[in-house]
Design a protein around this ligand. Sequence first.
Ligand SMILES: Nc1ncnc2c1ncn2[C@@H]1O[C@H](COP(=O)(O)OP(=O)(O)OP(=O)(O)O)[C@@H](O)[C@H]1O
Ligand SMILES: [Mg+2]
Length: 227
Amino acid sequence: MTRGSVETSLAELAARVRRRAQEKSGRFVLGIAGPPGAGKSTLARGVRDELNIAAGYPIAEVAPMDGFHLSTAQLRAAGDLARKGEPDTFDAAGYAALLRRVRETPLAEPVPWPTYSRELHEPVSGGVVFDRQTIIVTEGNYLLLDDPAHPDWAAVRPLLDETWYLDVPRPIIEKRLIRRHMRGGRTLEAAKLKVAESDLLNARLVEHTRPGADLTLRKYGRAYRIA
Ligand SMILES: Nc1ncnc2c1ncn2[C@@H]1O[C@H](COP(=O)(O)OP(=O)(O)OP(=O)(O)O)[C@@H](O)[C@H]1O
Ligand SMILES: [Mg+2]
């Protein structure tokens, strides 16, 4: 183990969230940030499932930032389709507004949340609905972005009760993203180009936000390490 780091399981991470959520009245929002392809969606689903299994009923659900991708039609009309994935190709203000709404809405009053379809390459409105869940696990690249060039993102951080940054070495991210783009129909060359010219630039922007997180996590076998 790296000196100064602590190994922890998904169940232990979920227990930490549950403890912290119980200390607070109202809904608790966990934010998971990290570069593209880091495994944020996988970690968020894992934490949600552990929380729900331990509670014996659905206390947690995932609220993906990816649901706020602008539509392909909107991006194409603005000439921004090739830049999809950059901070200003999301509705950041809409994301912050819905996070605030879901935090403030009484339990059992339904709040629909958009998800993102990797098959359709489009957001899906009302992909998930919050009603009785008391823990919201929101995840995405730009949760901790505090950059004057993209001011709308700064509204997100104050709405998060706890934040984790999922850190993964660049070469691993690169390989995962190339594989994913190829599964999406790109040739190897096109996938490499997309990663070099877009994903890795976004990853660099996200890497600068790491000090803003409460915890930095790294995957270690089946467990995680708290850096
Ligand atoms: N711990 C892991 N070990 C190995 N592969 C993983 C791990 N976590 C995720 N992956 C794989 O890496 C890819 C990216 O994972 P995931 O979709 O969770 O990342 P992400 O951070 O949500 O990406 P994006 O920013 O593009 O939404 C997926 O193919 C997933 O199966
Ligand atoms: Mg994801």
